[in-house]
Write a protein that binds this ligand. Structure first.
Ligand SMILES: CC(C)=CCC/C(C)=C/CC/C(C)=C/CC/C(C)=C/[C@@H]1[C@@H](COP(=O)(O)OP(=O)(O)O)[C@]1(C)CC/C=C(\C)CC/C=C(\C)CCC=C(C)C
Ligand code: ATP
Ligand code: MN
Length: 279
């Protein structure tokens, strides 16, 4: 669902985002894929060495070469890619999160980085009056929002793999514990807890919205589409009465299609930074 938006992009940008997506997917598969149990930190070190090589113009295979080509066309920095690998290292050794600060750092490493990788390809509108760092922080916010949504959608799935990404202190404050998650029954305590988690995820989507309007015209529609589609997963969790233990929230084809014209309308909005200066 993430990549629906890319169909609305110009050819060059779509190829660039696909090259980044493929690298991110392969990185994620190292710790999330079929042979994840055999992955060791040294495998991640080897993957990082391959990253350095492809950034130096020495790609290992065709898929790495696509990313080498992309970084020769767009001013993409290597650091977010290194940070994502660091996030996968932590996923190998860490299966609990004490508080939101720890969870935020994890979301930065595995998803905020995707936002930072994508901005140079999306491009900032030449007429935008926004600061570059404000656009990057909005991109970061979209990554965080997506990851928080992904965590809330996959609570049952992750618990079955022994992973609880939800902040332990907030679970305790809500009178909940890991056992409640493994038991997987929706209670009022769970509903109240989930309402807070969803509210916070939506706050990050709101921060991201302020940055989408500052992107180049041709990139605004696909990013709006991706933002709206992913955020709708939160609505589906609510529609499932917060049963993210045994039901996987997903956005139906009809609603996915409906998001496209809505995203198009939003992509026509003036950049927020221009609206302010015109008032
Ligand atoms: C148009 C558009 C959004 C392009 C997508 C950009 C891209 C390269 C996405 C790569 C996503 C990926 C595979 C990352 C690897 C780690 C991972 C799995 C991250 C989670 C993604 C969802 O994957 P999935 O649902 O398959 O998860 P499971 O493995 O099944 O559990 C994440 C939730 C994070 C994804 C983060 C983003 C898509 C951030 C995109 C941000 C931008 C494009 C910045 C836009 C700019 C502004 C100013 C807002
Ligand atoms: N019922 C399910 N239980 C566990 N994993 C699932 C389930 N359905 C899909 N997945 C996994 O989630 C990923 C994609 O899920 P799906 O295609 O349903 O939409 P999505 O996750 O919202 O899309 P995207 O992952 O691109 O955001 C795939 O890795 C797929 O293997
Ligand atoms: Mn998925």
């Amino acid at each position: 669902m993430l990549m629906t938006g890319t169909m609305l992009m110009t050819e060059e940008r779509r190829r660039a985002i696909w090259a980044i997506y493929v690298w991110c997917r392969r990185t994620d598969e190292l710790v999330d894929g079929p042979n994840a149990n055999y992955i060791t930190p040294t495998a991640l070190d080897r993957w990082e060495k391959r990253l350095e090589d492809l950034f130096a113009g020495r790609p290992y295979d065709m898929l790495d070469a696509a990313l080498s080509d992309t970084i020769s066309r767009f001013p993409i920095d290597i650091q977010p890619f290194r940070d994502m690998i660091e996030g996968m290292r932590s996923d190998l050794r860490k299966a609990r999160y004490k508080n939101f600060d720890e969870l935020y750092m994890y979301c930065y490493y595995v998803a905020g980085t995707v936002g930072l990788m994508s901005v140079p390809v999306m491009g900032i509108a030449p007429e935008s009056k926004a600061t570059t760092e404000s656009v990057y922080s909005a991109a970061l916010a979209l990554g965080i929002a997506n990851q928080l949504t992904n965590i809330l959608r996959d609570v049952g799935e992750d618990a079955r793999r022994g992973r609880v990404y939800l902040p332990q202190d907030e679970l305790a404050q809500a009178g909940l514990s890991d056992e409640d998650i493994f038991y997987g029954v929706v209670t009022n305590r769970w509903r109240n807890f989930m309402k807070q988690q969803i509210k916070r995820a939506r706050m990050f989507f709101e921060e991201a919205e302020r940055g989408v309007t500052e992107l180049s015209q041709a990139s605004r529609w696909p990013v709006w589409a991706s933002l709206l589609l992913y955020r709708q997963i939160l609505d589906e969790i609510e529609a499932n009465d917060y049963n993210n233990f045994t039901r996987r929230a997903y956005v139906g084809k009809g609603k996915k299609l409906l998001a496209l014209p809505v995203a198009y309308g939003k992509s026509l909005l003036l950049p927020v930074s221009l609206r302010n200066s015109q008032t």
